[in-house]
Ligand binder design. Structure first.
Ligand code: FES
Length: 82
C-alpha cells in the first residue's frame, strides 16, 4: 500500500519547526527517489498543538518533532522502500 506523509501546516506546528521540516522531508524523498512512491501533503491543525510539531505517516502520528527525531523517523519508515 502506498504510504503517506502528512505534515501539520497549522500555525503553531509551522512556526515551531514544520516550516523547515517540509524541506527536510522533500529533500529526503528526492535523495531516495521516493517522490513517486510516497504521497506527501499538508493538513490543517488537528488540535494537537500542545504536542507539536506533528507529522503523520500512515496511521501513526509523531509528536514533538525535532530535526534528529524527524530524520530517524524517515529512516525507520522509508529506507527499505528506496
Ligand atoms: S498547529 Fe499542528 S496540531 Fe495545531
Amino acid at each position: 500500500m502506498e504510504k503517506q506523509i502528512i505534515i501539520c501546516m497549522g500555525s503553531s506546528c509551522f512556526a515551531r519547526g514544520n516550516k523547515n521540516y517540509v524541506e527536510i522531508i522533500k529533500k529526503y524523498l528526492n535523495e531516495h527517489n521516493l517522490t513517486n512512491k510516497i504521497v506527501f501533503k499538508g493538513q490543517l491543525c488537528s488540535d494537537n498543538c500542545s504536542k507539536g510539531p506533528v507529522i503523520q505517516i500512515g496511521d501513526v502520528e509523531y509528536f514533538e518533532l525535532d530535526e534528529t527525531k524527524l530524520k530517524r523517523i524517515l529512516h525507520e519508515n522509508f529506507d527499505n522502500e528506496a
